[in-house]
Design a protein around this ligand. Structure first.
Ligand code: VNL
Length: 389
């Protein structure tokens, strides 16, 4: 009898142990990023931003420990999908995040839906992405948001005949379409639309063609990391001297590369949602802290998408007492969030789960001996114009 009682006490003690382990179990955030391959800078920027956010805000929310898991998809959609599956099933992550390219986000969307796991898209920027799963929330931007702003600015500034040059996949097609639609509405003329492959692009033959066509301006979208190559070849061909202006979305004059593009990039006008030169106290603090933590590396728009994505996750965890109620409760707590980001005020539209934000017109200028995208105009609270419903 005594042994039985002891056994019972032991079992109760064990049970309590298991309970407290469960209460203290870490909440896992799984970031899937291109850490190698052509888009490695995007992974590097987002990882650095996520780590900075946690260093500044602690690794506990509502008493629950937060664990960050970072996995490399190498920019391969099948890999992103497989990793997402493993993170959900084996690691039991509560949130998926990252997604450096549109095809990576689209490949992973069904996993988010099936497992009811919120998926925070911190980089990819094709409009359709948020419609691929009701569990997707976006903290980056859309090319449609940025391109429409350029379609308004260019014709008011003496640019009437344009050639467009975009990477041949989701965000490039969006940029081409939304720039063109707005530009035509403003009596502009697109005389040619060129598309270059995403993988290992050779811009030379395309730029030669542009030179022969002699438009007022060349409108460019290439993903983060590819802008320096376009700039170099544009200048090498003397296209600026031939009177062709270079315009585009800010992906081209990416803060990650801009300083190395040289003075030939001075005066280039782009439309985008973030510049490391954004003149706000919140941004100054962010840029300083980011540089300090990363050997002087300047944060780009990918870093801001990652930093704000972490904030959306942290706020949702706070509002659900550490993730109680699971994926659906977390998702609900992500919708409608509003706060001041380093880029300015942002808002997660509860209906579309997409980001509403300011889009800025910026010109490359030299400040304190460095090249920056200096904002000179703003279109406030821009919703994604590319939603199909
Ligand atoms: C995408 C869009 C990727 C914009 C980017 O850089 C970018 C995308 C990697 O949706 O694939 O600047």
């Amino acid at each position: 009898m005594k042994t039985l009682l002891n056994l019972r006490a032991l079992l109760i003690a064990l049970g309590m142990c298991a309970l407290s382990v469960q209460a203290q179990e870490a909440f896992k955030i799984g970031l899937i990023l291109p850490m190698t391959g052509q888009q490695a800078t995007t992974g590097k920027q987002i990882e650095a931003a996520a780590r900075l956010f946690m260093a500044q805000n602690g690794d506990k929310v509502a008493g629950r420990k937060i664990e960050l898991i970072i996995k490399d998809d190498g920019g391969i959609p099948d890999a992103a999908k497989r990793i997402a599956q493993e993170l959900v099933v084996n690691d039991k992550v509560g949130v998926l995040g990252g997604f450096g390219l549109t095809p990576l986000a689209l490949a992973t969307a069904p996993i988010a839906t099936q497992s009811k796991t919120p998926m925070v898209v911190m980089a990819a920027a094709t409009s359709i992405i948020t419609e691929a799963s009701p569990y997707i929330v976006r903290t980056s931007f859309t090319l449609a948001q940025c391109s429409v702003a350029m379609g308004d600015w260019a014709p008011k500034n003496g640019i009437k005949r344009v050639v467009t040059l975009v990477s041949d996949y989701g965000p490039g097609i969006d940029a081409e379409r939304f720039f063109k639609e707005r530009f035509l509405l403003n009596s502009g003329q697109v005389i040619e639309s060129l598309r270059v492959p995403l993988r290992n692009p050779d811009f030379a033959p395309f730029l030669q063609k542009v030179r022969d066509l002699k438009p007022d301006a060349l409108f460019v979208f290439v993903p983060s990391g590819a802008g320096a190559a376009v700039m170099k070849q544009f200048l090498e061909r003397g296209m600026d001297k031939a009177g062709i202006k270079l315009i585009g979305t800010g992906d081209m004059t990416d803060d990650d590369q801009l300083n190395d593009m040289g003075d030939g990039s001075l005066g280039v006008v782009t439309s985008h949602h973030y510049s490391a030169m954004h003149p706000s106290a919140v941004n100054k603090k962010f840029v300083e802290a980011f540089k300090k933590a990363n050997h002087g590396m300047r944060p780009n728009f990918m870093a801001v998408g990652g930093y704000d994505g972490m904030r959306v996750i942290y706020e949702a965890l706070k509002n659900t007492k550490g993730g109680q109620g699971g994926g659906d409760a977390l998702l609900a707590a992500m919708k409608g969030q509003i706060f001041e980001s380093p880029r300015g005020q942002i808002f997660i539209d509860a209906q579309t789960r997409d980001i509403v934000q300011n889009i800025y017109l910026r010109r490359v200028e030299k400040k304190d001996g460095e090249l920056y995208n200096v904002e000179f105009d703003v279109i406030k609270e821009v919703k994604d114009p590319g939603k199909t419903k």
